[in-house]
Design a protein around this ligand. Sequence first.
Ligand code: GLU
Length: 489
Amino acid sequence: MIRVRFAPSPTGSLHTGTARTALLNWLYARKNKGEFILRIEDTDKVRSSGKMTHDILEGLEWLGLDWDKGPIFQSQRFPIYIQRAEDLVEKGLAYHCYCSSEEISQRKKASPDGGISWIYDRHCLNLSEEEKRTFEDMGKIRAIRFFIPDVEIRYRDMIHGDITVKSRMLEDFVLVRRDGLPTYHLSVVVDDIEQGITHVIRGDDHISNTPKQILLYRAFQAGLPKFAHIALILGQDKKKLSKRHGVKSVLQFRDEGYLPLAFLNFMAQMSWSPGEGQFLFSLEELIQRFNLKKLSKGSPVYDEEKLNWLNGRVISEMSAEDLFPLVRRMLEEAGLWNSDLDGKKKTWTIKVINLLKQRSRSIKDFSVRMRPFLIDDFEFDSEGMDKHLRDERLKDLLPKISADFKEMDGFTAENIENVVRERAKKEGVKAALFIHSIRMLVLGMPVSPGIFEVLELIGRQRTVQRIDQFQKITAKKVCRSPSKSVEVY
Ligand code: GLU
């Protein structure tokens, strides 16, 4: 059975890069009816934190990347790793090293090139039993180092192809540190063997670790898993993606109104190209289309615009009913929620969400775009006002349309449209003059879904009241908005 693992170190939160590693492992497991194991690599006691572990689990849950086993915490398995290292010492494949870091750095400094090409000099490799006893009696603390045999290490990476490394380049690396803690190399290999991992899919920053780990597999007489090192994501400036590029944690994306399916597509499509054009795949399609061998060798470039587009697509394909709880959360955060919206005005709320979902790129957009539907205190877009409320004829025309609206029967989208078009005809002006100016006055913004549907939902009273404010605005030449005054002319 195919068995993969996602093995984050909880020294940081789950961000786009690590979440993508999780996704690719998960897709591989699901496609092959295999197992996806979650292992928390918290061997670094100082830098690991429970909060980060929590954040990682919550992020995975939000994305829907469910695991079949785990989380397995490495911090609970220290005695096992130490025992495995001692077993290697027993077999002569590793040795105790009593060198302190001061001693090492002194020898390093004293080497001909000042330590540039220095690797551990095997000072403790052939200590006699007596020397060892003396060190022990002196209370010297020991580490365990792996003995690197002189071989050529060859393996085939599923993405990068054949890789050959001469072991002579490698240092006898530490398996158990002097503080008694296992190192990453030891714990990762012991676990991958014990947990029966068949495929190691991880970032290609681990490519240089692989030869050492392969030697460890051999020492433990275990078969090798297949390795697939995926290219790291780069920022727009082609440098390694970092906080500088505005990288956020997965939970931040959630809180900003992104949806799991958009985020999953974003990460997947950064890893392989589905073809020309823009696509949004269902989870099932992503699983079916996944092919580890087709993952691109080159680094993908982080493009949040693409994520925004995908998010907009997901939103437009969701039903208003499904969007409702998500929008509710955003409205609550923005202080715009009231219980009627889920009570006697629920049908109306659903209609508004349905209307606005077409152009919303994140759930957060709803709290901005719904504001004029809910309260009178909203901002006016100054450019839009300048463009659409400048026409002198409006002084005369707007009171007329306002009166039409007051008098007309049934304030429905269809009736509103007829009234506007008739009035435009009568006055010899384009209907667009009414449409743009009314939209600015009623919503404060120059773009919206179909204005007639919008007005029906805003309602007759509010519509008329806002159109009538035109006089006030032009008289004052200043448009009041909640947070600032916007100069209109
Ligand atoms: N814990 C390692 C990390 O977070 C991953 C180890 C591995 O995949 O081998 O980078």
